[in-house]
Design a protein around this ligand. Structure first.
Ligand SMILES: [Mn+2]
Length: 304
C-alpha cells in the first residue's frame, strides 16, 4: 500500500495538463452518476447518508498541503483498510486547494483515491470549491494550474470548476453526526434541505462558523455565511436527528477545537503558512461507537 501511495504522489508531480483534465472529467462523471442506493449508502441529491457502522477517516481543510495529506494516509494506513473493508469511508471536508502551492497535486491524489474506491471516498464541497457568486478569495488555483500545466492550465481549471458543482454538501451518519464544511443553515427543516440545498442554505453550509459570543446568528466577518450560536446548533441538530456536527473551515492551533458544549467539532488538517497552526488534525473513527458528543471524539483525533 505504501508503494501505491508513493506511485500516486510521483504521478501527481509528473502529470501533464491533458491527463489531469481527463482525470477531472472522469471524477466529475463518476460524481454526477452517483444516486440512490449504493450498497448501504444512500445518496439524496448532494447528501450522503451512512449507516452508523464501519469506520471513517475524516480529513479537514488541506489547502494544497500535500505533505499533511500523505502523512495522514501513511499514518492511518487507511488506503489499505479501504481495500480490505467495504465499510471504511474516507470523508474529505472540502477546501482541497488554494493557499498552499501543491493544490493540483492534492487534487490528483484525492481523485486517484476516488477512482480506486468510488463508493468509499466521499468528497465534500468547501467555500474554495464554491459556485461563481460564492467563491472564496484569494483563489490561487487558476494561477497554480497555469504555472504547472502551461497551455492546458485554463482547460484544466475550467473543468475542475465544473466538477465543484458535483461535490457533496453533507454526510449524515444516521442518528449520530453530520459532516459539512462550514456551518449549519439556520432555516433548515430536515435532511432533504441539505441534499437539495438552495443557494441560501449553500452559503451557510460552505461559509458559516460557530460562535460562543451570540446565541443565535450574527453577520460573519468573512462577508459570507453567518456566525451561528449554540441555540441554532441545538435546534438544527435536533431537526436532523443527530448528536453533533463535524466541520472544517477554521484553522485551529491544535488542529481541532470543540464548540457549543460538545456539539461542534472543527478539524483542520493543513499546516504552515498562512495559518501557522501548531498542529493539523484528522479523525479516525469507528462509526458504530455510542458517541453522544464531540468530546467523545477526542481519543480518535490524531494530531500531525
Ligand atoms: Mn473553508
Amino acid at each position: 500500500m505504501k508503494s501505491m501511495l508513493s506511485t500516486i504522489v510521483k504521478e501527481a508531480f509528473e502529470v501533464d495538463g491533458q491527463r489531469f483534465a481527463e482525470a477531472v472529467d472522469n471524477v466529475a462523471s463518476m460524481l454526477s452518476s452517483e444516486s440512490g442506493e449504493i450498497g448501504d449508502i444512500q445518496i439524496l441529491g448532494k447528501l450522503v447518508s451512512l449507516e452508523p457502522k464501519g469506520e471513517a477517516l475524516v480529513i479537514g481543510d488541506l489547502h494544497g498541503d500535500l505533505e499533511s495529506l500523505v502523512d495522514i494516509l501513511r499514518e492511518s494506513d487507511f488506503v489499505g483498510r479501504m481495500s480490505h473493508r467495504a465499510n471504511a469511508f474516507m470523508i474529505f471536508l472540502g477546501d482541497y486547494g488554494d493557499r498552499g502551492v501543491f493544490s493540483a497535486e492534492v487534487y490528483w491524489l484525492v481523485f486517484r483515491l476516488k477512482k480506486l474506491f468510488p463508493r468509499q471516498v466521499i468528497l465534500l464541497r468547501g467555500n474554495h470549491e464554491g459556485p461563481e457568486n460564492l467563491l472564496a478569495y484569494p483563489h490561487d488555483l487558476p494561477e497554480q494550474f497555469q504555472r504547472k500545466f502551461k497551455d492546458h492550465g485554463v482547460e484544466a481549471y475550467n473543468k475542475i470548476r465544473r466538477l465543484f458543482d458535483f461535490l457533496y454538501n453533507a454526510v449524515l451518519v444516521k442518528k449520530k453526526c453530520l459532516f459539512i464544511h462550514g456551518g449549519l443553515p439556520q432555516q433548515v427543516s430536515g435532511i432533504e434541505d441539505l441534499g437539495l440545498a438552495r443557494e441560501s442554505f449553500l452559503e451557510e453550509i460552505l461559509w458559516s462558523d460557530p460562535t460562543e459570543a451570540a446565541a443565535t446568528v450574527y453577520p460573519s466577518p468573512r462577508g459570507a455565511g453567518k456566525l451561528f450560536g449554540k441555540s441554532i446548533t441545538d435546534s438544527v441538530l435536533k431537526k436532523l436527528d443527530v448528536k453533533f456536527l463535524v466541520r472544517g473551515h477554521e484553522p485551529c492551533d491544535e488542529g481541532y477545537k470543540i464548540n457549543h458544549g460538545g456539539k461542534v467539532l472543527t478539524l483542520f488538517s493543513r499546516k504552515g503558512a498562512p495559518y501557522f497552526n501548531a498542529y493539523g488534525a484528522y479523525l479516525d473513527l469507528d462509526l458504530s461507537l455510542p458517541l453522544e458528543s464531540a468530546e467523545d471524539l477526542v481519543p480518535y483525533i490524531h494530531k500531525i
